[in-house]
Design a protein around this ligand. Structure first.
Ligand code: NAD
Length: 467
């Protein structure tokens, strides 16, 4: 296990020898007691989760700073406050989400009533990623609680300070009979995946996503996979270049590019690149100064292995600005690359770091084909002032999520589902979509004893049916 801190004390449920089967059995017994299905309990647990975040806000921000050099303001905005927003939204809508939904009843089933009854799935597993180690662990938990489930959380071992802190605090605030946290890496995750779950929500790369799905298949467990990919950022000639440049620089260099929905590469014409590239450089300097390394607002790569991986991509193009690296200190400068070959690693793999290759096309009308020749991405960005251009690209290019004239902001809309398509993932969460992910929508019909026509009962006769 790669850690940046000295080895940590194992928590109650972490380290070797934890009994995954006993853990799940205990939670399942509690689930069967019916406590977690009560709306009052769900409310109370959501309130406690919110209290955990507000009581310990400074400690969470410090942990995020230790793991990723996350500036406190950025940590607050993208992790703590984002999760609190999820909780508030769930509390506000819980009654509506949990209510049975009426459906029409056909004549043959009259008199009767039909409705859809959301019910909790049971005991679910949530496996988090390291880049937003708090939000990507707790936001799915908000949905699991709202839907009335028990849950086991597996935070990423690559963000050890955050993992440790959540493991310390969660049992102090939440119902210990319903929730558990297992810290650890591959052995612990493997032991968890051998158990039978009612749902697994995994966030991370596609390679492990396949391991998770294969393990789930053995138990017929449904999965939500929140994966990644190369999210294109298309800029048309009519875009407002200054605003676009600032929003793109923000989308790319926040968290030093380690965001699953960060724009991976730029796609525009040569003429647009001539104006856009200097504008992105100006926007980047305005945010992090001439020496981003000294900026308190610029993050670090999660570990030196990933820093080396990203540093190796730099040679795949011509550096327009940035390009400095210090792998031992996990620093990669915000960097823009031009003249990048399409067969190079930086254009074949998800970058997941602060490098932005610019792909220049002769003809803007080729952007859709360029995108469609590649795997379906998690996000797609289009900057244009022409609605028809935006709509044409949205209609022709498939992606998990999309944003016109900005990056990543769809994350702030509670009513939008968040999820990938194809290799960028399956299923979605956020707001009611998360509630739905962790619920079974049970179809119920209630009949009355009034009338019991014998039409459907054997023996059949010509009197009953005219064929
Ligand atoms: P990863 O896939 O290596 O790890 C994710 C989790 O899987 C960790 O908790 C880890 O302990 C566990 N794990 C690792 N190897 C395992 C194994 N062999 N067996 C069982 N479990 C194992 O994470 P990563 O690839 O470094 O994360 C980056 C990727 O995640 C990027 O592709 C990024 O786009 C994606 N991501 C997606 C989202 C999203 O919401 N869609 C969010 C963040 C990151």
């Amino acid at each position: 296990v790669e850690t940046m801190e000295s080895p940590q004390e194992p928590g109650a449920d972490s380290g070797e020898g934890f009994n995954a089967a006993a853990l799940v059995a205990g939670l399942r017994t509690y689930f069967r007691s019916g406590t977690t299905a009560e709306r009052g309990w769900r409310r109370q647990q959501l309130g406690q989760l919110r209290k955990m975040l507000s009581d310990n806000e400074d400690r969470f921000l410090q942990a995020l700073q230790r793991d990723l050099h996350k500036p406190p303001q950025e940590g607050f905005m993208t992790e703590v406050s984002a999760t609190c927003g999820d909780i508030d939204h769930a509390l506000k809508h819980l009654k509506k989400w949990t209510r049975p939904r009426r459906a029409s009843t056909p004549v043959v089933a009259q008199p009767g009533k039909s409705y859809v009854l959301p019910e909790p799935l049971g005991v679910v597993l949530i496996i988090g990623a390291w880049n937003y180690p708090l939000q990507l662990l707790l936001s799915p938990l908000v949905a699991a609680i709202a839907a009335g489930n028990c849950a086991v959380l597996k935070p990423s071992e690559l963000a050890p300070a955050t993992s440790r802190l959540v493991a310390e605090l969660l049992p102090r605030y939440l119902d210990r009979d319903a929730f558990a946290i297992v810290e650890g890496a591959v052995p612990e995750t493997t032991a968890l995946l051998e158990q039978r779950w009612d749902h697994i929500l995994y966030t991370g790369g596609g390679r492990v996503g396949k391991i998770v799905m294969a393990a789930a298949a053995r138990q017929l467990t449904p999965v939500t996979l929140e994966l990644g990919g190369k999210s294109p950022c298309i800029v048309a000639e009519d875009a407002d270049i200054e605003v676009a440049a600032r929003r793109i620089a923000w989308g790319k260099f926040t968290n030093a590019g380690q965001t699953c929905i960060a724009p991976d590469y730029l796609l525009c014409t040569r003429a647009t690149a001539e104006r856009l590239v200097p504008a992105i450089e100006r926007a980047t300097r305005a945010m992090f100064g001439d020496r981003p390394r000294e900026s308190k607002d610029y993050g670090r790569i999660v570990n030196s292995r990933h820093a080396q991986r990203i540093a190796d991509y730099i040679g795949d193009g011509e550096v327009v600005f940035g390009g400095e690296t210090d792998v031992d200190n996990r620093y990669i400068a915000p960097t823009l690359l031009r003249e990048v070959g399409l067969e190079t690693a930086v254009m074949q793999e998800e970058i997941f770091g602060p490098l932005l290759p610019v792909i220049e096309l002769d003809d803007f009308s080729r952007v859709e084909q360029f995108v469609n020749d590649r795997e379906k991405p998690l996000a797609l960005y289009v900057f244009t002032q022409n609605d028809a251009t935006a709509n044409r690209i949205l209609a022709r290019c498939s992606s998990g999520n999309a944003c016109v004239n900005d990056c990543m902001m769809f994350m702030a809309a509670h009513e939008l589902p968040f999820g990938g398509v194809g290799p960028s993932g399956m299923g979605a969460y956020h707001g009611e979509h998360g509630f739905r992910t962790f619920s079974h929508y049970k179809a119920v019909m209630k009949r009355s004893y009034l009338f019991d026509l014998d039409l459907r009962y054997a023996p059949f006769s010509a009197r009953k049916f005219k064929l």
